[in-house]
Design a protein around this ligand. Sequence first.
Ligand code: COA
Length: 380
Amino acid sequence: MSTTQSTIFRDAIDKGLEGVVACSTAISSIEGATLNYRGYTIEELVEKSTFEEVTFLLWNDRLPTRPELQEFRAQLLKEMTLPTALTDLLKSYLKSFPKSGHPMDFLRTAVSMLAAFDPDTSDMSEAANRRKALRLTAKMGTLVAAFERFRKGQELASIDSNRSMAWNFLNMLMGKAPTAEHEKIFDTALVLHADHEINCSAFSTRVTASSLSDLHSAVTSAIGTLKGPLHGGANEQVLVMLQKIGSMSNVEAFITEALSGKQKIMGIGHRVYKNGDPRARILRQMSQKLTAQIGKPELYEMSVKIDETMLSKKGLMPNVDFYSATVYHSMGIPTDLFTPIFAVSRISGWCAHAFEQYANNRIYRPRGEYKGKTGLRYGA
Ligand code: COA
């Protein structure tokens, strides 16, 4: 390496940017096995707050007053309805949507389409970004529910502004009102997935925002990133794995074979948490209760066996995607919607990251260590 280059490059490459501090943030923090949003532990927020309030917290660096929360909730619920022209467009898009297409592909495209219907798309002022964030956060769940209803040739229920976002989402998705228990469980899942420091999709939100591209573009990038099985796509794969394993007696052999083939066990392991993911602890309790309620306790028991086997064999623990899979399954949610549902919550965190990035921006532009050929002559 030349002297000039060594002043530019650091000596080591941090593959996967492990341990690299890419930006400063005040949105959420991981301290040991604790996750905080704006200084509050997720355990306290799950107990005392709601997804709507947590979204306000993430965007404003403080909890709302009671009137502020009422106003914010009302705005979110009002914005949950999709424009009729977009609904028509989505229905016709679904007619040509390939059978092998994933709902995350639909969601990524639908969010791009939303940009065309948003009067503020190209307005980069802070006020416009907040209006767009509100619409995106409100509409994300409606888009996911629309996919489910429209693919079955059914219509979308209208929004009940006296109910929560969690209630309205489940009502639209299932075509019937959720029980109070399911509403609370789903709201808890939304709170738990809302943000997670500089995770892969928050980073891609920030990277796209750092070129001063608009919020819809940043969120579209984030959805593409979340889709991957090493990130949000893992929750769907956990259920696929449990169904493949089939029974308790197959767990050990399945894991042994997967590990000897260098395959990853989905929902296990984490870049940051080495002593357990606090979100998984909360979801585990919910999974136990719900799988018993639907008469499939073996799904939870197999999960626990995988959890314990991976700890003893590899020293790895479950992440948020592990027990959320059986929670969603027990609620009757189709497996291919697990990752889109992650986006229904994480949109709140993505918007908070975009706000933070725009407010203190410098374009992300790292370097690559060139290992390719040099000095070739064209035509030689
Ligand atoms: N199953 C089997 N082995 C795993 C594993 C898993 N789920 N997660 C990590 N490992 C092993 C790796 O094979 C590697 O072992 P080695 O050192 O013997 O080669 C070691 O643990 C380090 O893994 P690595 O993939 O480098 O960790 P990472 O920090 O880059 O990746 C994850 C973190 C979360 C992407 C990774 O744990 C993973 O792929 N988990 C499964 C997917 C998942 O659940 N994603 C959701 C994340 S919230």
